[in-house]
Design a protein around this ligand. Sequence first.
Ligand code: IFM
Length: 456
Amino acid sequence: MKMYCRFKEDFQWGVATAAYQIEGACREDGKGENIWDRFCHIPGNIAGGADADIACDFYHKYKEDIKTVHELGIPCFRFSIGWARIYPEGPDKINEKGLDFYEQMIRELERYQIKPVITLYHWDMPQWLQDIGGWLNRESIRYFTEFCETMIRRFDGRVDKWITLNEPWVCAFNGYYWGDFAPGLKDFSAALKAAHHMLCAHGSVVRRFREKRYQGEIGIVLNLCPKDPASESKADKEAASIDDGFSNRWFLDPLFKGNYPEDMVSWYAGQQVVMPEICEGDMELISQPVDFLGINYYYVEFAKKCGGRWPLYFDTTTKDYPVTAYGWAIVEEGLTRLLLRLHEEYGAPRLFVTENGASFLDKVEEDGKINDDNRIDYLRRHIRACYQAAQQGVRLEGYYIWTLLDDFEWSTGYQNRFGLIHVDRDTLRRTVKKSGHWYGKVIRENGLTGEADDMF
Ligand code: IFM
């Protein structure tokens, strides 16, 4: 018997990308240095000594790539703006050539009636701002708001959705605590401060967007995942709850409830973590209603109360689950669970899965094809997980695959290939993988079709 996961008529299918990971052209047309340009060129920071000076050269190849998006029938394209292309040297002078690039790109999308979904910050802060403290400087809120308004004003009415920040947790903790991402700092209290300023910056942009009555919708994207205990022990359960507070609730609660989670505030106090200064009005600013919440979902983590670093003291495992090339546990039911939780605990917001995908060691066959059945299997499972959540009443309105092209995967360089399109690292030649064609079919059929056993 045939079974179907057919989504609502207006369900949005898309693909997600980020400026720094694909554009290249790192010093072209007046672009200024950003924190990742600086970070990549410090030996030892990026696997294989890679950098993103050229990346996928999307800056020059965007027409070809957008044409492929069109040919695959993908209706929505999520991309980010390189802040240092627009404000290369400081907050006072706009680089018109930077704006021109995004103008041309958006025109190309419009030509094919592909909806642009724009992320305003996907981790590539201009170096001039980092030089005065980056997200640790409260002035970053003002500079970010001005930059965002420049973009929103310029493209008002042509953009379906604006996303203020992508994954502030990663920016804060990888960037300011673990130090494996730009700007490479290693100070937990600083990470909390950076996170607070990012949340305020988000709120400030939402406020401006409403005040000026710009068109379209505005929201934020968080990386979220269930944090399960590695065992039934009390200690592991406590570790899972701390991990959840640290990773998920620290962002969800201020955004949707207007406060930081109390259990984490007292945990940090007990560990002598310095809390960020919360100025009058900050929590109201942060918790202004958004039009939607974007979720980047990849895996479930299992917390163990042993080892781990100050101030959290837990480690995570993947248990016995199969993993992707990145070592991330493949647990699709975690996505259904997460979506239901957001619906139930956070006031049933409109949700979009703004990223989901998998890195695998793709093999190019002799005939040049890439038969990435493992990626198709991963995606199929997760799309089905979305469907199951929607069937239970979750207001899930779209799904975006990470990502279009095999791109620069931050500190792992080019090792992790997530793309629907293979990019040859020597020639930058593009080849659509089997998963790319498969996704086109999913979109045409507005869901999954297949034999019952195969589906549930
Ligand atoms: O490549 C990243 C992206 O920039 C943000 N979300 C996770 C992806 C895979 O690691």
